[in-house]
Write a protein that binds this ligand. Structure first.
Ligand SMILES: C[S@@+](CC[C@H](N)C(=O)[O-])C[C@H]1O[C@@H](n2cnc3c(N)ncnc32)[C@H](O)[C@@H]1O
Length: 254
């Protein structure tokens, strides 16, 4: 089975994972302690979750975002309302001059980049000597619970789904490989991901943005409904129907 990761439409991405990246970003930035007045780059800025937090908390001199998806860039433009300069591009060829920013950061992107070491080299190129280079990714194999429940249920019904499980596909998303790649410090950042109901959990998967939703939408309706029902059985719902999960990101700085 071949299912692409799918980054096309910003609004469904926001409902699926953008809303949780927005909770991690401020904690990540507080950890970095980059001085006010800095020039920032957000690699793979998507719909603008991390850029928005930089604008809110870091009093930047400037924020540039680089993102390959036109659909996501359009949502980022609307979300950031002209406060960041947004460029279509990829982590492999960042369209900025050498040493032109003070901080280069990236949220939930590095594992999707074909060559993370080359991406890191590009981040180093555009950051001035002594500047900040840092990123966060989900702990897919462990405490990114909304996805962990999803892939565990998917594999109970279809062992072949293991090939698409982000916990298996992305060994980079663990403290040791991240620390090795960056030659730096890793820490966990945990945020609550509360769902008001099972529907609040399940509906965002139907938007098809990102690996797990793309997998859900690749199934025929019967199989998708079986996956939905299995998840309903497995998730720890409270008596009022709400579901309290946790998401952990691994943050790393060079
Ligand atoms: C999970 S989203 C994260 C978006 C945003 N940074 C956030 O925190 O919500 C992954 C993003 O990586 C982008 N992406 C995928 N491959 C990329 C590459 N080679 N270079 C830069 N960005 C890439 C996708 O288009 C998508 O916007």
């Amino acid at each position: 089975m071949s299912v692409s990761d799918t980054w096309e439409r910003g609004d469904p991405y926001e409902r699926y994972v953008g809303r949780w990246s927005r909770r991690v970003a401020p904690l990540f930035l507080d950890w970095l302690r980059v001085p006010a007045g800095s020039r920032w780059l957000d690699v793979g800025c998507g719909t603008g979750a991390l850029s928005a937090a930089i604008l809110d908390r870091c009093a930047p001199a400037s924020v540039a975002g680089v993102e390959p998806s036109e659909g996501f860039l359009a949502t980022a433009k609307a979300n950031l309302a002209g406060k960041a300069s947004l460029h279509k591009g990829s982590a492999a060829t960042i369209p900025l001059a050498d040493g032109s920013v003070d901080a280069a950061v990236s949220g939930l992107v590095l594992n999707f980049v074909p060559d993370p070491a080359a991406a890191l080299a590009e981040m180093r190129r555009v950051v001035r000597p002594g500047g900040c280079i840092a990123a966060y990714v989900w702990d897919y194999a462990g405490k990114m619970e909304l996805m962990r429940y999803f892939w565990d249920a998917a594999q109970e019904l279809d062992p072949a789904a293991a090939r698409l499980d982000e916990g298996i596909r992305f060994p980079l998303c663990n403290p040791e490989p991240l620390s090795r790649l960056f030659g730096g410090e890793v820490r966990g950042i945990e945020v609550p991901t509360p769902f008001a109901s099972f529907d609040d959990y399940w509906q965002p998967f139907l938007g098809g943005q990102g690996p797990a939703p793309a997998y859900a939408m690749s199934l025929d309706e019967g199989k998708r409904n079986r996956l939905r029902d299995r998840l309903r059985e497995r998730l720890p719902a409270r008596s009022d129907g709400s579901i309290a999960l946790t998401a952990r990101a691994w943050a790393v700085r060079a």
